[in-house]
Design a protein around this ligand. Structure first.
Ligand code: SF4
Length: 468
C-alpha cells in the first residue's frame, strides 16, 4: 500500500506530545486523511489517532505525557482510508517491550514479505506496509532492538522513512536510496526527526542534518544523534548490476509539488528550486502575454520565476479556499478530487477579463483539473490562455509512495501534447523539459529519481508492479 505521509519524532522534550502535534500541523500538506501521536510515559506507550486533519489542543493531546513521542499524518490510495490504518501502530513485544511505529513510503516487496509472514503464522490487522516492518522487527532473531531494526530494514525494498518509539527512546531511519526526505533538528535538550524542515521551524528547532540514505539513528538529548545502523545489503538492479552502495535517488516530485515551499529538501530551498523551474520554463517556452498567473498553491513559485525571466507582470487570477477542501492530488478518490478541484479555486474576474494569460501549474496528471481551470478562466472572459507546466509530462506510475494513477490513466500516455492542449481547451500548452528541470538542480542533478517522467526506475520491480 502506498503511504506518502508525514512523520515526526522527538526525544528529551517535557512537552513531547504538544511538540509532535505542532510538527504534524506543519506537515499537514503531506496527508489529510488521518493523524496520530504516540507517547512513552512511565514505560507505557499511549496512542491517540483519528480520521481527518490535525487539530492542536484537541484529541491528539488528550492525556498524553512523557518526553518521547512520534506522530504521523497520512495519505493513501483508494479503499484504505480507515482508522485501522491510521498511524502510529503499536506492537506488543516480549523481547523488546511494546513499541510504536510510523512510516512514510511504499515497500516494493510488500506482497512477498506479507505472504512469507502469514505463512509463518503472522496475522495482519491493517493493510499498511508499516505493519510489515513491525512484524519483521518483532520476529527478528537479533538480541538487541537496534540489531532487530537493522535486520528488519535489510529485508524491505523500496522507499520509506520511519520513526520508532521504543522503551529505549526514539529511532529514525531512511531507505538506502533516500527517496523521501527525513531531517534532524535540535531544540534545547530535545532532538527531533521530521519529514520536512518546515516542521522543525514550526517547533522552533534548529536544523542539524538529514538522516542519510540507509542510516538508522537514535535521537538522544542535547544535540546527540547516534548512528546505530547502516543498510548496505547487496542490491540487484533492473539491468542486473550489483552494488552495495545504491546511488541516492531523491524524489524529484518533492521539489515540483509535494514539499512545502518554506522547507529545505535534499539541501535546497523548495521555493527557490521552483522559481528556477519557472525561469527555465520561460526560457524554453516564451509567449507574448499580459500577465503570468499561478494555479495556487504549488504553481506560485514557478509562476514568480516565469514572470521574472519573461518580464511579464505577475498577477493573481485565482483565490484559493483553504477551508476544508485540501490538496486535490492527495485526495484518495477521483470523485473527491473533482469535487475539491471545483470548489477550491475561484476566479478574480477583473484580473482576467480581456487579458492574455500565462497560467503556470506544477503538473498535469489526468488533465481533468486543468480542463476545469481553463473553463473557469474562459467563462471569466480571458482573451488567451497559455498553460505552462513546471515539469515534463508524467508517463509512468510511482512505486515509491506517490499516488499517481495507472499508466493508462495518465493523460500523457493517451494523448500528444497538442491533443492534451485541445482536450484542456487552452490556446497553447508547454512543459518544462527533463534536461531543463535537472539543470536547475545543478550539483544534485544525478541524485534524483525521475521515474514518473522517464519510466526508468532506480530499484528492481516485480513484473506485477511493472505491468501497472
Ligand atoms: S517516481 Fe516520481 S514521484 Fe515517485 S519517487 Fe520517483 S520522482 Fe518521486
Amino acid at each position: 500500500m502506498k503511504e506518502a505521509c508525514g512523520v515526526f519524532g522527538v526525544s528529551g522534550d517535557p512537552t513531547a506530545a504538544y511538540t509532535t502535534t505542532a510538527g504534524l500541523y506543519a506537515l499537514q500538506h503531506r496527508g489529510e486523511e488521518s493523524c496520530g501521536v504516540a507517547t512513552l510515559h512511565d514505560g507505557q506507550i499511549k496512542v491517540n489517532k483519528y480520521m481527518g486533519l490535525v487539530h492542536p489542543h484537541r484529541k491528539l493531546l488528550r492525556q498524553m505525557h512523557g518526553e518521547y513521542a512520534i506522530g504521523h499524518v497520512r495519505y493513501s490510495t483508494t479503499g484504505s482510508s480507515t482508522i485501522e490504518n491510521a498511524q502510529p501502530l503499536v506492537f506488543p513485544s516480549r523481547k523488546f517491550g511494546t513499541f510504536a511505529l510510523a512510516h512514510n513510503g511504499n515497500l516494493t516487496n510488500s506482497k512477498t514479505l506479507r505472504d512469507s509472514i502469514e505463512a509463518k503464522g503472522g496475522v495482519f490487522l491493517t493493510t499498511t506496509d508499516t505493519e510489515i516492518i513491525g512484524h519483521l522487527l518483532h520476529r527478528s532473531s537479533a538480541e538487541s532492538l537496534e540489531g532487530a531494526l537493522s535486520d528488519a530494514l535489510s529485508q524491505v525494498e523500496g522507499a520509506y522513512c520511519l520513526v520508532l518509539l521504543t522503551q529505549q527512546g526514539v529511532y529514525a531511519a531512511r531507505d538506502r536510496y533516500g527517496f523521501l526526505p527525513l531531517v534532524i533538528g535540535a531544540k534545547e535538550n530535545a532532538m527531533i526527526a521530521a519529514s520536512e524542515t518546515c516542521a522543525l521551524d514550526a517547533v522552533e528547532a534548529d536544523y542539524c542534518r538529514e538522516v542519510l540514505p540507509g542510516e538508522i539513528v537514535r535521537l538522544g538529548r542535547a544535540n546527540r544523534i547516534d548512528t546505530v545502523g547502516r543498510l548496505q545489503k547487496t542490491m540487484v538492479h533492473q539491468e542486473g548490476t550489483v552494488t552495495t552502495q545504491p546511488h541516492p535517488s531523491h524524489c524529484l516530485f518533492e521539489h515540483v509539488y509535494f514539499g512545502r515551499p518554506d522547507s529545505v529538501l535534499f539541501g535546497k530551498s523548495i521555493a527557490q528550486v521552483r522559481k528556477a523551474f519557472g525561469r527555465q520554463l520561460a526560457r524554453e517556452h516564451p509567449v507574448s502575454a499580459d500577465s503570468v498567473v499561478p494555479v495556487p498553491d504549488s504553481g506560485i513559485d514557478a509562476a514568480l520565476g516565469y514572470a521574472e525571466q519573461s518580464k511579464i507582470t505577475y498577477g493573481r487570477a485565482f483565490v484559493r479556499s483553504h477551508y476544508g477542501v485540501g490538496r486535490t492530488f492527495i485526495q484518495p478518490e477521483q470523485a473527491q478530487r473533482d469535487f475539491a478541484a471545483k470548489l477550491k479555486l475561484s476566479v478574480i474576474r477583473a484580473e482576467v477579463q480581456g487579458r492574455r494569460l500565462v497560467v503556470v501549474d506544477d503538473s498535469i496528471v489526468r488533465g481533468t483539473s486543468s480542463k476545469k481551470i481553463v473553463k473557469k478562466l474562459r467563462k471569466a472572459g480571458a482573451a488567451e490562455i497559455h498553460l505552462r507546466i513546471s515539469c515534463p509530462p508524467h508517463k509512468a506510475p510511482c512505486y515509491y509512495g506517490k499516488n499517481f494513477p495507472t499508466k493508462a490513466e495518465l493523460i500523457a500516455n493517451r494523448m500528444t501534447v497538442d491533443e492534451t492542449c485541445a482536450f484542456i481547451g487552452a490556446d497553447s500548452l508547454k512543459y518544462l523539459s527533463l534536461e531543463g528541470m535537472l539543470a536547475c538542480e545543478q550539483e544534485l542533478q544525478h541524485s534524483f529519481c525521475t521515474a514518473c517522467w522517464t519510466g526508468q526506475y532506480p530499484t528492481k520491480l516485480t513484473d506485477k508492479e511493472k505491468s501497472r
